[in-house]
Ligand binder design. Structure first.
Ligand code: AMP
Length: 211
């Protein structure tokens, strides 16, 4: 099954994706993680996308689709798309790419949670720069001060999780990404998840639809 995780930044898509990868046979394709990795490695692509990300803007569709195309070739099925697509143009581009490969998207999980709630989560979000494990300083802090439970590396706040950038990202989501809700509803593959609940509860809701 190929699945899209859709929802506000901070709605828990990445956290659930990591659970699905470790518990089931899924492959996580997060465009945000991919871009951050390219920025950290100071590649040409990283340099190209950096200013968009740090200013809370979307990376242009053609750049995103080119990256996705190169990944899709080798990855096979059972893909979790996290943070992609983020515009109608990207959704249409994905459909073309999947058609060409004889594959399809079976489900779109929409992580429904209100804006104030996600802003609170994002401001308290920290992540491990090495393994990308996500923490919440209030509900799921690292066990040992500010060190990742898995790697022992200091957890960090993403540059684009700073309050002023978050406001911009929220607006971009409303303008460009939220239209995907009706787009996928009309395709009959849309599943609404109550993402205001605990990580475990959200996971159980998702699993019910996968099984
Ligand atoms: P995320 O980790 O999914 O919140 O993504 C972080 C940032 O990376 C976003 O705010 C965008 O600047 C950029 N980005 C990630 N995925 C996409 C995408 N599908 N389209 C455009 N920009 C993206």
């Amino acid at each position: 099954m190929n699945i899209i995780l859709l929802g506000y930044p901070g709605s828990g898509k990445g956290t659930q994706a990591k659970l699905l990868v470790s518990n089931l046979n899924y492959k996580h394709l997060s465009t945000g993680d991919m871009f951050r990795d390219e920025i950290a490695k100071k590649t040409q692509l990283g340099e190209k996308v950096k200013s968009y990300i740090n200013n809370g803007k979307l990376v242009p569709d053609d750049v995103v689709l080119e990256v996705i195309e190169s990944k899709l070739k080798d990855i096979g099925d059972n893909v979790l798309f996290d943070g992609f697509p983020r515009t109608i143009e990207q959704a249409e581009g994905l459909e073309i790419l999947m058609d060409r490969l004889g594959r399809q998207i079976e489900k779109v999980f929409f992580f429904d949670v209100d804006e104030n709630n996600v802003i609170k989560r994002i401001i308290n979000r920290r992540s491990c720069p090495k393994c990308q494990r996500i923490y919440n300083l209030i509900t799921d802090p690292p066990k040992n001060a500010d060190l990742c439970d898995v790697c022992g590396v200091k957890v960090v706040e993403r540059d684009d999780d700073k309050e002023e950038v978050v406001t911009k990202r929220m607006q971009v989501y409303k303008d460009l990404t939220a239209p995907l809700i009706s787009y996928y509803k009309s395709q009959g593959i849309f599943v609404q998840i109550d993402a205001s609940k605990s990580v475990e509860d959200v996971y159980n809701q998702v699993i019910k639809h996968i099984n």
